[in-house]
Design a binder for this molecule. Structure first.
Ligand code: UD1
Length: 368
C-alpha cells in the first residue's frame, strides 16, 4: 500500500490509515511518499511529528510553482518510485494538486487508486480543488466516502456503486486519537485568551486572498476584534498577499496575527473558542465534530452536511458579513449541531478492512 501526501490537510487524513496498516504489518506493507508540495516546517514536518507518522519513505521535493509545474513535477518524480516499488494500491487523500498528480500517475501505470475523501463537490469549477476531486474520483478504483451526498455525486458521474465504500471520516479519527494531547494543551491560556471568548480565523483560498477581498476581510476582522478578540494563524500564501496589499491600517491589540501553528495547538485553540471563521474545508468538519460554531467565508461548500446537520454557516464570499458574526453568535448560531454518521474515530479501520478483502489483480508489467 503506497500512500501519497503533499499538503497540510493530507497529513491528518492519511495518518490513521498508515498507523492501521502498520498495526496490521503481517498483512500489509505500508510505504509513505511525500511530494513536498508543502515544505516549511510549520506546514509539513510539525504534523508528521505530532501525528506520529514518522519520516516519509520517499520525499519528492517538488515545492511551489504554477498548477501545471507542481502537477507535472509530482508526476515525473512519482512515476519512478511507483515503478520501483510496484505497489498493489496507491492511496491518495483529499483534493490538493498532489492528489490529482498521484492519482493520474498511478492510474496511467495501471495501479489501482484508492481515493480517501471521495465524492465531495462544490460545483464550482473556478476552485482548483474541484478539478482535482473530479479527476481523482474518475480514475479511482476504490472511492472511500464520509459524507452522505458523496454517493449521489459519484453516481451522477457514472461511478459504479461497487467502487463506492462508506467508511467515515479519517480526519475525525485523528481528532479522536489526538484528543488527550489537545486537551492537555492550553493554547488560549498561552496566548492570554479566555476560554469561549475569542474568534479563530483561517483564510487562504486564492478566491479570497489573491485579490482585493483580503484587505476588506482584515479591516472587518479589526472591527470584530474590538468586541470579540480574534486570533488568526496566517497561511504563507495569505501572509504574502497581506504584505503586498492588505496590511491593516489600524490593528487593535485584540487582532492577533500568528505564524502557522501545529495541529495540537490549533485544535486546542478551536476547541475553546467562541467560534471559527474559515475558508478551509477540513475545519468545517472539525468544528462540526467539536460542536463549535463555524462561519465559512465562501460562496459554496463541498461539505454541505456541515451546514445541514453540523454547526457551519455559509457567509458567502463577502468580507462585509464578517462584522455580523457577534450578532449571529448572540442569536444562537451553531449551538445545536449533530455529528454525521461514521465520524467516530473508526474510519481507518473500516478502510483497511476494505483493502484487506479487495482481490488484487495479478501483477502486470507496465505498458508504455
Ligand atoms: C494548498 C491546496 C489547498 C489546501 C491548502 C492547505 C492545491 C491546489 N491547493 O493550497 O487545497 O487547502 O494547500 O494549506 O493543492 N508556501 C510556503 N510554504 C509551504 C507551502 C507553500 O511558503 O510550505 C507558499 C508558497 O508561496 C506557495 C503558496 O504558499 O506558492 C501556495 O502554496 P500551494 O501549495 O501552491 O497552495 P496552498 O495555497 O497552500
Amino acid at each position: 500500500m503506497l500512500s501519497v501526501v503533499g499538503a497540510r490537510p493530507n497529513f491528518m487524513k492519511i495518518a490513521p490509515i498508515v498507523s492501521e496498516l502498520q498495526r496490521r504489518g503481517e498483512e500489509f506493507n505500508s510505504v509513505l511518499v511525500h511530494t513536498g508540495q508543502h515544505y516549511d516546517e510549520t506546514m509539513s514536518k510539525i504534523f508528521l511529528d505530532e501525528l506520529g507518522v514518522g519520516a516519509p519513505d520517499h520525499m519528492l521535493g517538488v515545492g511551489s510553482g504554477s498548477h501545471a509545474q507542481q502537477t507535472a513535477r509530482v508526476m515525473e518524480r512519482l512515476e519512478p518510485v511507483l515503478l520501483e516499488i510496484s505497489p498493489d494500491i496507491v492511496l491518495v487523500p483529499g483534493d490538493v494538486n498532489s492528489t490529482l498528480a498521484a492519482s493520474l500517475t498511478a492510474s496511467k501505470l495501471g495501479v489501482p487508486v484508492a481515493h480517501v475523501e471521495a465524492g465531495l463537490r462544490s460545483f464550482d469549477r473556478t476552485m482548483p480543488e474541484e478539478t482535482n476531486r473530479l479527476v481523482a474520483d474518475a480514475v479511482s478504483e476504490l472511492l472511500f466516502i464520509h459524507s452522505p451526498e458523496a454517493i449521489s455525486n459519484l453516481r451522477r458521474e457514472g461511478i459504479a456503486p461497487e467502487k463506492i465504500h462508506v467508511v467515515g471520516n479519517t480526519m475525525i479519527d485523528t481528532l479522536v486519537a489526538m484528543a488527550p494531547y489537545i486537551d492537555a494543551f492550553d493554547a488560549p491560556g498561552n496566548l492570554g485568551l479566555r476560554s469561549g471568548e475569542y474568534l479563530v480565523v483561517t483564510l487562504h483560498r486564492p478566491a479570497l486572498v489573491d485579490g482585493p477581498l483580503l484587505a476588506q476581510a482584515v479591516e472587518a476582522l479589526a472591527t470584530v476584534a474590538r468586541e470579540l478578540p480574534v486570533v488568526f494563524p496566517v497561511h504563507p500564501r495569505t501572509r504574502a498577499a497581506m504584505a503586498a496589499t492588505a496590511e491593516p491600517t489600524r490593528v487593535p491589540k485584540t487582532l492577533r496575527l500568528l505564524e502557522p501553528i501545529g495541529y495540537v495547538e490549533f485544535l486546542s485553540l478551536v476547541k475553546s473558542s467562541a467560534a471559527v471563521l474559515t475558508d478551509s474545508g477540513g475545519i468545517q468538519e472539525e468544528t462540526t465534530f467539536l460542536g463549535i460554531p463555524c462561519f465559512t467565508l465562501r460562496a459554496n461548500t463541498e461539505r454541505p452536511v456541515t451546514c445541514t446537520v453540523g454547526t457551519n454557516m455559509l457567509l458567502g464570499l463577502d468580507p462585509a458579513r464578517i462584522t455580523d458574526i457577534p450578532a449571529l453568535l448572540n442569536g444562537g448560531h451553531g449551538r445545536r449541531g449533530t455529528v454525521p454518521e461514521g465520524w467516530d474515530g473508526r474510519a481507518a479501520v473500516r478502510i483497511v478492512d476494505v483493502l484487506a478483502r479487495i482481490p488484487l489483480p495479478e501483477a502486470q508489467p507496465a505498458v508504455f
